[in-house]
Design a protein around this ligand. Sequence first.
Ligand code: IFM
Length: 477
Amino acid sequence: MSLLSDRSRSFPSDFVWGSATASYQIEGAAQEDGRGPSIWDTFSHTPGKVEGGDTGDVADDHYHRYVEDLDHIKGLGLDAYRFSIAWPRVQPGGAGALNDKGVDFYKRLLDGLLERGVRPVATLYHWDLPQELEDAGGWPVRDTALRFADYATAIVGALGDRVHTWTTFNEPYCTAYLGYASGVHAPGRTNGADALAAVHHLNLAHGLAGRIVRDLAPTAELSVTLNLAVIRPASDSAEDAAAVRKLDNIANGAFLGPMLEGKYPADLLTQTAHVTDWAFVQDGDLATARVPIDVLGINYYSTILAGHWDGTGERQQADGHGDSAATPWVGVDDVNFLLQPGPYTAMGWNIEPQGMTDLLLRISREYPDQPMMITENGAAFDDEVSPDGRVHDPLRVDYLYRHIDAVGAAMEAGADVRGYFLWSLLDNFEWAYGYSKRFGIIRVDYNTLERTWKDSAIWYSKLIATDQLPDVTSAAE
Ligand code: IFM
């Protein structure tokens, strides 16, 4: 029973309730209808990279079952659905003409959403880079940003009028740092200088593509989704405050700065001078990166606890994401990542709804005119199917209640938050964790691919219908 269950928060009637997925995590059909290979196909097929040797070859088979999934979307009452377009499906190889069959899939998906009265929010890039572009250097090379602009021109031209909101990138932090620094994500490289070059080319690509969206789809909204970090200091000391500032520059300022202000935080350049000279930043790039967006997408799951490491004793590297072996942070060898107090989700991430409120209020303080949306929030837990065939997931319901309540608290304190997208609609391929972690509010049986609403789905549909937080026990009734 949640401590919060005795009160109920309401949301404005125009607040957008959504749910989110991503192409490689749900589509499957990895070799069908002309789709080319992505870095995630290569990575997941490389032994030892993904838990259980899982791949996205079949995933949720959404490519074939999208009509059923559209009906679930409608059944839940979602106002909006956030999905991503697989670049290698629509432009195999990352260059040249579009693949009609791939584009047709997204046209059918979009038409299905529009017929059901659901607002489509399309992300251009959720991590599945065409393998050929990685072979040519990947995000650390400038040409990838130019290829991305070409892809954006082609796909926005083909789909533009059907999409309500175009999102350039999902979590460029992960693309750059997990892909090129810690190597726990595709393409699995481990070079700090490459990671910072990737940061810059992602910022540049965001600006280029954003301008293309503005030109080709003038009535659409433009956004980008960042997984902004909430970093707590280990103590009140000046050293710990400095450690937090360093991390903040890497995780947040490296993207917020260029995209919203047209500049990198000055400290970021100095604190990483031993890693790179930033010579890849060319004149005009930062002006390009800053393109006005209608809504800033924010993904929030948990917090980070950091402190200064003086070089003595063992360095602590619990990075708040349950992954102590390979920290993605670049050039911060003097920082300790401390184990957070629980409770935790099945990912080992600490549950801290207050972080959601704090983050939204921080962004509204720093960027007062920038509307925001929570584009991802949710939790993996070890769900079980009950003998009655249902999935009772009270921990997830409680997590959602507390975090959505925390969004409401931020709004009450003045934050301009326009909507909330729950991660995720379906259980799916959780990257390096394969299918071992279930984030969905709809369970997917990976043997039969059957979909079953969990209690959290029932609970969320009640919230959507009433714009009011239902009691946490109501779904299990
Ligand atoms: O599954 C991911 C998603 O692809 C990006 N944001 C975080 C989710 C949970 O790890």
